[in-house]
Design a protein around this ligand. Structure first.
Ligand SMILES: Nc1nc2c(ncn2[C@@H]2O[C@H](COP(=O)(O)OP(=O)(O)OP(=O)(O)O)[C@@H](O)[C@H]2O)c(=O)[nH]1
Ligand SMILES: [Mg+2]
Length: 384
């Protein structure tokens, strides 16, 4: 799994003989050992070892998952501020809600990702809750048209993700649209009709405007984007590599490099979706290609398949944690803190200067004393 995930599942289904001790929800990660019989006592030992290993693996995964989920559930803005240089959360301008923005080409899986992220928490809260974001089921549908805020988990007041309309093939429009979102902020149910897809997708724009008006009664808070999640379709990337057609990758590269998408020095996190249509090898290939093209470490790229399993849940939680931690590392510091620090620094500098002056005065006095003593001594010598 990409990013922080380091657990490799076995795809072999578990057998009742060897998985009886393993929590059922982790059965899919359990390695299978041969069934024990009297003639193969050596294999029985292997079976025990494998069982213990599987149990340990399942427990470790369970612990990591619980810890990662708790982190997101308990999080409130300011929690990850490390206090470098003696700073504390109160010294920073904290967002009311940490705001993550999804950016990506058409059909990259942004809305699918919103639903997949939500499901991680719904499993505990409400397993039968319906999906939230509408996915574009086929090429004829318009895709997401409005900026839409989704608290994560559903009832959260600490983290929200914004689903957005897709990037278009017109890079000038993409530039203006993203620059506006990143510099002026974003708000729920906002349309971006001035950057609509009229140039490349004809009269679809007509459908955007009425929708925008429909939701205009909602006056929503404008949020500053705290971190960007760049969503890409792994299958399109692989197609591009294999057919040597660089179009998709070039647009990704150009967009990814827009300076305003970075928060401080941190470029967006990249999520590769593919809906389980790629093999492990192909996924690794796509991840390496992206790391090279975008100039980021593979740890910043999270491979999130469509499958509903615990390892994907962990990748999602790791990705969210990455965003939150990096967002907090770049929060602006309050002016009064700066003034306080500046004031303290100025005082310290003044004190240092005075100390230095003190040393000079001391040296001068000593020098003068020596001179006086020498003069007196020479006086006495002359008198003799
Ligand atoms: N790329 C991708 N598509 C998936 C995945 N899982 C399902 N799909 C299907 O791919 C289509 C596009 O998914 P969406 O999530 O609507 O894509 P989007 O990025 O929100 O697209 P726009 O709203 O048009 O920008 C849908 O038909 C999904 O059902 C996945 O993991 N990756
Ligand atoms: Mg969408």
């Amino acid at each position: 799994m990409g990013g922080g995930g380091d657990i490799t599942p076995t795809s072999i289904p578990s057998s009742p003989s060897c998985s009886s001790e393993v929590p059922p929800e982790f059965a899919e990660y359990v390695a299978i050992s041969p069934v024990c019989d009297d003639e193969a006592s050596d294999e029985c030992c292997d079976c025990d070892d494998a069982e213990v290993e599987a149990l340990y693996f399942g427990r470790r995964l369970q612990d990591r998952l619980r810890e990662a989920k708790d982190f997101i559930r308990r999080y409130k803005p300011g929690d990850c501020i490390e206090g470098a240089g003696g700073t504390k959360a109160g010294d920073y301008i904290l967002p009311e809600i940490a705001t993550l923005l999804l950016v990506g080409p058409r059909g990259a899986g942004k809305s699918t990702l919103v639903n997949r992220i939500t499901r991680v928490f719904d499993k505990d809260d409400d397993p039968f809750a319906p999906d939230r974001a509408q996915v574009s089921r086929n090429s004829k549908s318009y895709g997401t048209l409005l900026l839409w805020e989704y608290p994560i988990p559903r009832n959260s007041t600490a983290i929200c993700i914004y689903d957005t309309q897709s990037l278009s093939s017109n890079q000038q429009n993409n530039f203006k649209m993203l620059q506006q979102w990143m510099t002026k902020g974003i708000s729920h149910a906002e349309t971006t009709t001035c950057f609509s897809r009229d140039t490349d997708e004809g009269n679809k724009t007509k459908h955007i405007k009425p929708l925008g008006r429909q939701f205009s009664f909602l006056s929503c808070k404008t949020r500053k984007v705290n971190f960007v999640i760049f969503v890409v379709d792994g299958v399109s990337i692989l197609d591009g590599i294999e057919s040597n057609k660089k179009g998709y990758i070039d647009i990704l590269h150009e967009t990814f490099m827009y300076p305003f998408l970075s928060i401080g020095d941190d470029k967006p996190v990249v999520v590769v979706t593919h809906g389980d249509r790629l093999s492990m090898l192909q996924r690794a290939h796509v991840q390496n290609e992206l790391a090279e093209v975008l100039g980021i470490p593979v740890q910043q790229i999270f491979d999130i398949p469509g499958s509903d399993d615990y390892q994907t849940d962990l990748a999602i939680l790791d990705m969210l944690r990455y965003c939150i931690q990096h967002a907090e590392q770049n929060l602006p510091i309050k002016l009064n803190y700066l003034l306080e620090v500046r004031g303290r620094e100025t005082l310290k500098n003044a004190a240092e200067r005075l100390m230095a002056l003190d040393a000079v005065i001391e040296a001068t006095i000593i020098f003068l004393c020596i001179m006086i003593l020498l003069l007196r001594f020479s006086d006495k010598l002359l008198q003799l």
